[in-house]
Design a protein around this ligand. Structure first.
Ligand code: THU
Length: 130
């Protein structure tokens, strides 16, 4: 399965009764494994989590920490823009040239790097002692 198909499939499981906006995400890690996540909303709205966060959490839980490619899919008139927090989460485990595929339900609509999505990112290089 392609990264797009993995993201599309997990999107079906999204819990989005409040926004009605289902999102699926898939990340491929350095060893070629794919980890998926969907948005999980909550009646206490700020407790909801994004699809990308779920996929990254699954990758870390499996002992992987290097992202090679990301795909995010939603039903959207323009390619979905990963939220700012998710850009930061992706950047934590990616080099700036990692490709982020922004897809609608029919397939890929835009390919952009995480460096383009989050220029001048805050990173561990800004922390003292790192
Ligand atoms: N959402 C994501 O899952 N990823 C993003 O990058 C943007 C937004 C979710 C959060 C919320 O459940 C719904 O989309 C509407 O904002």
């Amino acid at each position: 399965m392609s990264l797009f198909q993995d993201a599309l499939a997990v999107r079906e499981n999204a819990h989005a009764p409040y926004s009605k906006f289902k999102v699926g995400a898939a990340v491929r890690s350095a060893n070629g494994k794919v980890f998926v996540g969907c948005n999980v909303e909550n009646s206490a709205y700020p407790e909801g989590t994004c699809a990308e966060a779920g996929a990254i959490a699954a990758m870390i839980a499996a002992g992987e920490n290097k992202i090679e490619e990301v795909c995010v899919v939603a039903e959207s008139p323009v390619p979905i823009a990963p939220c700012g927090g998710c850009r930061q989460k992706i950047a934590e485990f990616s080099s700036p040239d990692v490709q982020v595929v922004l897809a609608d339900l029919k397939g890929e609509t835009k390919r952009i790097t995480i460096g383009e999505l989050l220029p001048h990112a805050f990173s561990n290089s800004h922390l003292p002692g790192e």
